[in-house]
Write a protein that binds this ligand. Structure first.
Ligand code: ATP
Length: 229
């Protein structure tokens, strides 16, 4: 059943990076339910990052609609920025921590963009640090003084600080060995579940698929036309 208030709904979407390109992404209908964990797989160049960028409102489609929690992304860039900051957390392969800021400052950055009251989120930042096994580290430590494993956990805390309803993860484990990869994913899923966050996780790595109840595949439906099932 269609429900426009689901975290993510896509309808009749058609997207090209430019008019002359013979590559196109077409999605007739896609819905992702509240709290659902979805794995998106597909060959290199199949459009996984393009789809994430459309869902985050960083790029807009020529045709069709995307709703995030019932709000259309067919709106001004300023409103899309606001929607993104309020509803979506991100984790990328490059963790994108700001090296000269402290752990706590890095974690609180999205709160600033979401215009949430920073002071009210400080206890949540500290709680996340504790839950992610970083409770023994002084939260004023600069991010570049942490090991990569610690930085990954800070990136999880940062993605979830505002309790976003959607978490978008783009290949966050591709630089990790198997043990680190599984540990990272378990923490990411556990903490997302604790705040009821819907996960959209892109990876080449088939080994991760079993952690996700739903898989979407980016596939060619006609020459040059990609879709996802
Ligand atoms: N900013 C851009 N401008 C123009 N074309 C782009 C841009 N980003 C991606 N493309 C093209 O769009 C298509 C899909 O690329 P995309 O990065 O979404 O694929 P992907 O499945 O995420 O690939 P990978 O797994 O290698 O990261 C490719 O043909 C790519 O060359």
């Amino acid at each position: 059943m269609l429900n426009q208030y689901q975290p993510i709904r896509v309808s009749d979407l058609k997207f090209q990076w430019n008019k002359k390109s013979n590559w196109q992404l077409n999605i007739a209908e896609l819905q992702i339910q509240r709290g659902e964990h979805t794995f998106i797989k597909g060959a290199s160049g199949s459009g996984k990052s393009t789809l994430l960028s459309l869902l985050a409102g960083l790029t807009t489609a020529q045709t069709g609609q995307i709703w995030i929690n019932g709000k259309s992304l067919q709106t001004s860039a300023r409103k899309r920025d606001r929607l993104r900051a309020q509803h979506i957390g991100f984790v990328f392969q490059q963790l994108n921590l700001i090296p000269y800021l402290s752990l706590r400052e890095n974690i609180l950055l999205p709160a600033y963009f979401a215009k949430e009251r920073l002071q009210e989120l400080v206890p949540r930042a500290d709680m996340l640090l504790e839950r992610l096994g970083l409770g023994d580290i002084d939260p004023d430590t600069q991010a570049n003084k942490l090991s990569i494993g610690q930085q990954q956990r800070v990136a999880i805390a940062r993605a979830l600080i505002t309790k976003p309803s959607i978490l978008i993860a783009d290949e966050p484990t591709s630089a990790l060995d198997t043990d680190n990869r599984d540990g990272f994913l378990q923490l990411l899923i556990r903490e997302s579940e604790a705040c009821g966050t819907t996960i959209v996780f892109v990876s080449h790595d088939e080994g991760l698929r079993s952690h996700f109840p739903r898989t979407l595949r980016m596939q060619e439906s006609a020459p040059g036309v990609m879709t996802c099932f």
